[in-house]
Design a binder for this molecule. Structure first.
Ligand SMILES: [Zn+2]
Length: 257
């Protein structure tokens, strides 16, 4: 069932009331559209119907941060064994967003989550997916990491995306407790490390599956998830979405559209 309010709605409401950019701290100048008088630097916000919008669609970043970070990335391609998955990322995993992600994942920092929320509003949405033919699948965490961290960051981001896109979340992909962490391994070692970590606990309920992760580096985790789905549903159409991926010069290949 889809949520009527986004997760962390109170934090969004608080950001709306205080009108401060969650990244740089300066005041967000939200004005009615009639007042902007053709001022070009308000352009990034023109496509958000700010004046009439409910509080949960109000900007969480100032227009400068928005212009610098939001909605700038192309669609990337993850390839494995002749199959291809389109990866939609909201921004690069680089300074300062790298620190934002660390503050959210390691300390549960809510201001950082608000930055990620803002960016995720501008992730391109795969064409043709809707509530009837697709599900969003958060990358499962291991129970040892859940105990270590105390919460499940990807689940929070997936819930928000589910609210934005009005596509239900499905948690039918399960993960074995692999103790070897991905950080520090090469691409082939990563692929090998996670290759058999995932399995389907239930049959996929739709034809389209949208895998969601917080940070994607080589794509090996998502490819392993995709292979677990394809093993049971060979015709499933799979996409991937993440908050942060790569850097300006180091990223997965760009998808030929
Ligand atoms: Zn700012």
């Amino acid at each position: 069932m889809l949520a009527r309010l986004p997760p962390y709605a109170l934090a969004i409401l608080s950001s709306y009331v205080h009108e401060c950019c969650q990244l740089c701290g300066q005041t967000i100048e939200v004005k009615p559209k009639l007042d902007i008088g053709g001022v070009a630097d308000h352009a990034p916000f023109c496509h958000i119907p700010v004046y009439h919008a409910p509080f949960y669609h109000a900007p969480l970043l100032c227009m400068y941060c928005h212009a610098q970070w939001a909605g700038r990335l192309p669609i990337f391609a993850m390839r494995d064994d002749g199959r291809e998955i389109a990866l939609y990322a909201s921004a690069y995993y680089d300074v300062p967003l790298k620190q934002v992600m660390t503050a959210f994942k390691d300390k549960g920092d809510v201001s950082s989550l608000m930055v990620l929320y803002h960016l995720m509003r501008y992730v391109k949405r795969p064409q043709g997916v809707n509530a009837d033919n697709a599900v969003l699948i958060p990358t499962p965490t291991t129970s040892s990491r859940l105990v270590e961290r105390g919460f499940y960051p990807v689940l929070i981001l997936t819930r928000y995306l589910s609210f934005l896109w009005q596509i239900p979340m499905w948690q039918g992909v399960a993960r074995l407790d692999n103790v070897i962490h991905q950080r520090g391994l090469s691409r082939s070692d990563r692929l090998h490390n996670v290759k058999h970590d995932f399995y389907l606990a239930d049959p996929l309920p739709t034809r389209h599956a949208i895998l969601v992760d917080d940070v994607v580096t080589t794509g090996s985790t998502l490819l392993a998830m995709a292979n677990a789905i394809w093993a049971e549903h060979s015709t499933a159409k799979i996409y991937a979405v993440c908050a942060l991926h790569g850097r300006e010069a180091i990223h997965l290949p760009i998808l030929d559209e």
